[in-house]
Design a protein around this ligand. Sequence first.
Ligand SMILES: [Zn+2]
Length: 205
Amino acid sequence: MSHVLMRGRGGRVCLPDPATTMIDRADGGQLVLYPPRRVWDRTALTREELIAWHLLIAATARAMLDTLPQLAGGCLNYWDAGNWALNPAAEPVGPKDPQAARVLHQHLCGRSPHSTDRAWQWGESPFFPAYVDRFTWSAGKAPFTASECVALVERTRIVLRDDYTEVDAQGITSAPCGACGYPTPLDDLDAVTARCPACRALLLG
Ligand SMILES: [Zn+2]
């Protein structure tokens, strides 16, 4: 399950799925952004959807650069690939039509000058594993902490409002989960316990 940190007119910003995390937070970290509507490629978005999504991408990117010490002197890679969903071994097994199987999403990949990950060496193109190795490749890679995410969401809202004149910050309203502390859209928090969907699922499990 991917934790949704914030959601608004431009789409939603998530932590990477723990099973397929690409970059440890200390090596630069990673966020995943989905557009406001499920489409296979950005050419399928309307003009308004495309503008809103790209403002959210840029504001989130600015927030990463502005708030994360591990990205001091670093940069970002914008990775929109969606290849594994097209692998013949992916469910449902067999050949895939990209327009049906692909789900457009944008990875924001932090590139730290001090990365110790061989796949994410500063000054080099990143290395991506084969489809069959995607889970072992992700082992031990940690997402951003809850406090890092609180700062990321707050800075994203300010950039949207002040730099991109989205006066209501695209309608983004998030607050920390009462259990894990990660920012969560207000609509997703339990009205009584203030727990996020993942923490509620843990209690049920
Ligand atoms: Zn939680």
